[in-house]
Design a binder for this molecule. Structure first.
Ligand SMILES: *Cc1c(COP(=O)(O)O)cnc(C)c1O
Length: 426
């Protein structure tokens, strides 16, 4: 019999009996106060902030103000007046820069991650082509990279008349795959299925030792743990505004450009908003200074404003404390789930080693899709990824150890109900 539809507000006695050690961790949690900065329904245990971050409570007011006052009353005057919409992308970039270990002028915020991939991969290939005299014809990528990363590389390569080979190797073999024919490494730091985190500084170092440029996708990294892109000497990076950064559905994405490339990096989507002086209306394109050249067209003010407000939450968050809590929550979930996994044949695919883990926990199970449907009905919101992955994301800004305990308890109860008592032997 399936577990009954339920809300997290209706806790079973077992779910209510949070062990004292976990309550003590919550009581001393330096991030406990940020939970109140979010507007989350009490009826769910939300373990999907890696897909769509929760709503920061002050975002609706900010968006309403932009709509009614800045747009409704001030109209066209908001581009330059108090609202200064023209420079909003730069202000959001400046807010984001410390989360990336970047200077503000190295960051631009606009468009989607997919579009930004095109901008950065085309730029990296062109720089490499000039530097190497056209001898490097391989784009090296993780075989299980996120589909859009692969598709954008395929589309760009088609535009370039299949000049490049898109060489896909398993993530753990990337380090041994550099060579004189490789132009660019296109890699995602945290695997969206398994939550495995690659060694970004190490792979970047290896890439450079072989003359290879790096384009890092930080979709599941930015806002999940501290990044130091300058120290790691990353060439290019990009990521999502709506996952761990909580900018809302379809929030603008960011790009990062190394200081080494900032002067000369080509912007092939050379739109007027990336021009040095958009309102000169000049005939010839002249790129804006720094990463701003990657802001192509008119900024999406509503979604930028939502992201801008969402990033205020990070204002005084210690990202090292965030990482410590993320590892604490994922360790706790893995530990509490161990007996559930054993009795129902779930295979943990997330590395136990901290350095190799992002901010999620994933299991394989042949009936993963069906199980997640039941879990969501029961108020535990994770997600399913094809072909057989149950994925649970942990956002330390709004999840507690008690939430983690309850999620594991309820997941166990749902699986017992759906998969049947026959399997419950442990
Ligand atoms: C979520 C995600 C994307 C999403 O790209 P969009 O253009 O925002 O749809 C891209 N790459 C990776 C690795 C992701 O996890």
């Amino acid at each position: 019999m399936p577990y009954p539809d339920a809300a997290a507000t209706h806790l079973t006695p077992a779910e209510d009996a949070v062990p004292a050690d976990l309550l003590a961790l919550d009581a001393t949690d330096p991030l406990a106060r940020t939970r109140d900065l979010f507007s989350l329904p009490d009826s769910v245990l939300y373990l999907d902030g890696n897909s769509l971050g929760a709503l920061p409570a002050h975002v609706p007011d900010r968006v309403a103000q932009v709509v009614t006052r800045e747009w409704g009353d001030q109209l066209i005057r908001s581009w330059t007046g108090d609202a200064a919409w023209m420079t909003l992308p730069d202000r959001v970039a400046a807010r984001l820069a410390p989360l990336l270990g970047a200077r503000p002028e190295q960051v631009a915020v606009s468009d989607s991650t997919s579009v930004n991939l095109f901008k950065l991969l085309s730029a990296a290939l062109h720089l490499q082509d000039t530097a190497s005299g056209g001898t490097r014809r391989v784009i090296l990528t993780d075989a299980d990279n996120f589909p859009t990363d692969l598709y954008v590389a395929q589309g760009l390569n088609a535009l370039l008349r299949d000049r490049y080979e898109l060489r896909r190797v398993p993530a753990l073999d990337l380090a041994g795959a550099f060579g004189p024919d490789v132009a660019v490494l296109l890699a995602t730091e945290v695997d969206y299925r398994t939550g495995e985190r690659l060694d970004l500084p190490g792979l970047t170092r290896d890439a450079h030792a072989h003359g290879v440029l790096t384009v890092w996708d930080l979709a599941h990294s930015a806002g999940a743990f501290p990044l130091d892109l300058r120290a790691a000497d990353v060439d290019f990076a990009l990521g999502c505004g709506y996952k761990f950064l909580n900018g809302g559905p379809g929030a603008p994405s960011f790009v990062y450009v190394s200081e080494r490339h900032l002067e000369g990096v080509p912007a092939f989507l050379s739109g007027w908003m990336g021009h040095a002086e958009p309102f000169e209306m000049a005939r010839e394109y002249r790129p804006a200074a720094g990463a701003r050249r990657f802001v192509v067209g008119t900024p999406g003010v509503l979604n930028l404003a939502a992201l801008d407000a969402a990033l205020e939450v990070f204002g005084d968050v210690d990202l090292h404390a965030l990482r410590t809590k993320s590892l604490g929550l994922t360790d706790t979930f893995i530990r509490l789930m161990a007996p559930v996994a054993a009795r129902h044949g779930l295979t943990l695919v997330t590395p136990l080693e901290h350095a190799r883990r992002g901010s999620q926990v994933s299991y394989r199970h042949a009936r993963a899709g069906e199980l997640m449907t039941h879990l969501i009905r029961a108020g535990v919101i994770g997600d399913y990824r094809t072909p057989d992955i149950l994925r649970f994301g942990f956002t330390p800004l709004y999840l507690s150890y008690a939430d983690t305990y309850r999620a594991a308890q309820r997941t166990g109860a749902v699986l017992d109900a759906v998969l049947g008592a026959a399997q419950v032997q442990a």
